[in-house]
Ligand binder design. Structure first.
Ligand code: AMP
Ligand code: MG
Length: 401
């Protein structure tokens, strides 16, 4: 019987069906020191020029270039300038001023000679080379006061935080973090403080999924494991929906009799799609529970991880119009044939190696979707498109892990 929702869709369809569900994020103002991985929500403008004044890029001497064009040239040292100095020196032909990196260029000087190219004799210096105009860092050459340094959607990194400080920006407006519930389901799951009986395993998906949520700049709440029971699951989803912006479950979305996430969603939730043509990770379900977006990820540890990276991460970044910086890709040459299935997107775990100047990818570890060790030790995931074969020698996109 035809399903009343899109069933077994391509990965691209799944990604675009998710886009139809949008949530609006509020903003807050925070100090830059707390902004790592946070997402900028308004334009940020520089408060100062960088550099704020012409200054030396080297420890050496500030000189007049035309004095130095036929080395060796002898100049008299008339003073010295340190970083932070505001002394008002003026240089004339035949003179040099000792200068340190970051110190303002004195009036009259147009170039720098590094200390290594000089011989100092008391208050005289002999320049063994011509001086270098480009050793002067020019006023405003990096950015200008008032210039937009970041636009909404930018994800803060250590370098961007430092740039804010250099630009005199102490606080920035960022999107409030989404509160995302992470719920694992399965009778066999035990938490790390419990003893395992035969047939039981440590619950691991919620740790990986919560860490993924956090590298995407949001807050995860890890719920206690939910047993395979319809009422318990319903109660947990109701509770999660009360104070979360999104719910991510793992397990219970396949065709099994105890796959209660899927069964409950079919009976009482709203489904946007179920099952995706991807390997691994074909069972996911997406929709809403009490109007809160819900991603039902597969239970197999590799599958849940891959589906997050392939689908959930894309949705999260679309909400803030951000680049998916956790999904950096390179091209590599396949060093062996990789098993694919026509019409499916294939994410195999690979290691990368370089021969000559070519980067190759080969399978890493046993590729079962239950093998979390395999993905943990891999350098990347292949993205073999539905119409590609995955043959040895093919160019293949790799998501770097
Ligand atoms: P399911 O999707 O519920 O059929 O589970 C598929 C496989 O993933 C089974 O072998 C489960 O034991 C395993 N699994 C499900 N949830 C988790 C979890 N949270 N952590 C680790 N393994 C899991
Ligand atoms: Mg299960």
């Amino acid at each position: 019987m035809a399903k009343p929702y899109p069933y077994f869709v391509s990965l691209n369809e799944a990604i675009s069906l998710c886009q139809e569900t949008q949530i609006k994020l509020n903003s807050e103002i925070i100090p830059i020191s707390e902004s790592i991985n946070r997402i900028v929500s308004t334009d940020i403008r520089a408060m100062v020029n960088d550099p704020g004044f012409d200054n030396s890029a080297m420890d050496g001497f500030a000189v007049i270039h035309s004095d130095t064009t036929s080395p060796p040239s002898k100049l008299s040292i008339i003073g010295s300038l340190m970083a932070g100095s505001s002394d008002n020196h003026k240089l004339s032909s035949g003179q040099a001023i000792r200068i340190m990196t970051g110190a303002p260029i004195p009036q009259g000087a147009d170039s720098i000679i590094p200390i290594e190219a000089c011989t100092v004799n008391g208050d005289e210096v002999i320049l063994n080379q011509p001086s270098k105009p480009h050793f002067i860092r020019k006023l405003g050459e990096n950015f200008a006061k008032g210039q937009i340094i970041f636009s909404p959607g930018e994800v803060m990194s250590p370098e961007k935080i430092a740039l804010c400080a250099a630009a005199g920006v102490a606080k920035i407006s960022v999107f409030k973090k989404l509160r995302i519930a992470v719920i694992s389901t399965g009778d066999e799951l035990k938490s790390l403080d419990q003893k395992l009986e035969h047939g039981q395993i440590y619950e691991s998906n919620s740790y990986g999924l919560a860490a993924l949520v956090s590298i995407y700049g949001h807050d995860a709440t890890r719920f206690p494991n939910v047993v395979d029971d319809l009422d318990t699951l319903r109660n947990t989803l109701n509770k999660a929906a009360e104070n979360h912006d999104c719910i991510i479950t793992s397990g219970g979305v396949s065709m099994g009799d105890k796959d209660f996430v899927r069964i409950l969603m079919e009976q009482e939730g709203e489904i946007k799609f179920w099952r995706v043509k991807m390997r691994p990770g074909s069972p996911p379900i997406f929709g809403s529970w009490n109007k809160v977006p819900i991603f039902g990820l597969p239970g197999n540890p590799v599958s849940s991880h891959v589906v997050f990276r392939a689908i959930v991460g894309k949705w999260l970044t679309s909400l803030t119009n951000s680049a998916d910086i956790n999904n950096r890709q390179i091209n590599a040459i396949l060093a062996e044939d990789i098993k694919t299935q026509e019409g499916f997107t294939t994410f195999r775990r690979v290691e990368l190696f370089v021969e000559g100047d070519v980067t190759f990818a080969r399978l890493k570890g046993h590729q079962g979707s239950g093998n979390i060790a395999g993905i943990a030790m891999s350098d990347g995931l292949t993205i073999i498109e539905p119409d590609e074969m995955g043959n040895k020698g093919d160019v293949c996109k790799i998501i770097l892990l």
